[in-house]
Design a protein around this ligand. Structure first.
Ligand code: GRF
Length: 197
């Protein structure tokens, strides 16, 4: 299955996926494209270093979101992408990408959704004073961090936690959970699409 990973920032989750794909540890998933809204991001650099093609457009250089996403859609089609993984892509996916890929886009979010959707989920959890937060992987719909949950894992918040220490523990869980889900999800969908294994 051909995967496109969307990332805006540091791309540490992208790196884990690239590493796993490189060692044949990502099930049937093959990363064929990395999409970014930030051409000078670390994520794009990581893709280039791994020899994976990139599609990095600056959204404000397009007339509107439809035009921006239409350009991405062309790249996805050209690479015959089956699934999209949002790994730190800091934009809401619009109907131009959502409709053709509905049920085939997964997102990674650093909280136990439906708690703390949106930006700075880790800061939100700390500010709320809750005893635990976590990591969620879910299917993308039109909402912000809504959509059916595929996998979740809890992360306790310790009394001495700072944003940095909690972020580190959450990222460690993300780096373990996301590749597992990607591997399973591509197998699972193969069964459904193919009718039999
Ligand atoms: C992750 O915490 C992810 O849950 C969130 O954005 C962050 C991306 O981190 N959506 P990285 O770019 O993979 O390091």
């Amino acid at each position: 299955k051909k995967i496109a990973v969307f990332a805006s920032g540091s791309g540490s989750n992208l790196q884990v996926l690239l590493d796993r794909a490189g060692t044949g540890d990502l099930g049937m998933a093959e990363i064929v494209l990395v999409v970014s809204d930030k051409p000078d991001s670390k994520a794009v650099e990581r893709a280039q270093r791994a020899g994976v093609e990139t599609c990095a457009f600056i959204p404000r250089q397009f007339a509107d979101k439809v035009a921006y996403e239409t350009a991405i859609l062309a790249a996805l089609r050209e690479k015959q992408v089956d699934f999209i993984v949002l790994a730190g892509y800091m934009r809401l996916v619009g109907p131009t990408l959502l409709e053709p890929f509905r049920g085939r886009i997964i997102n990674l979010h650093p909280s136990l959704l439906p708690m703390f959707p949106g930006k700075d989920a880790i800061g939100q959890a700390l500010a709320a004073g809750v005893a635990e937060t976590g990591v969620t992987v879910h299917l993308v719909d039109e909402g912000m961090d809504t959509g059916p949950i595929i996998a979740q894992e809890r992360v306790p918040i310790l009394p001495e936690d700072t944003k940095e220490s909690l972020t580190r523990r959450i990222q460690a869980v993300e780096h373990r959970l996301l590749p597992q889900v990607v591997a399973n999800f591509t197998k699972m969908n193969n069964t459904v699409v193919g009718g039999q294994t």
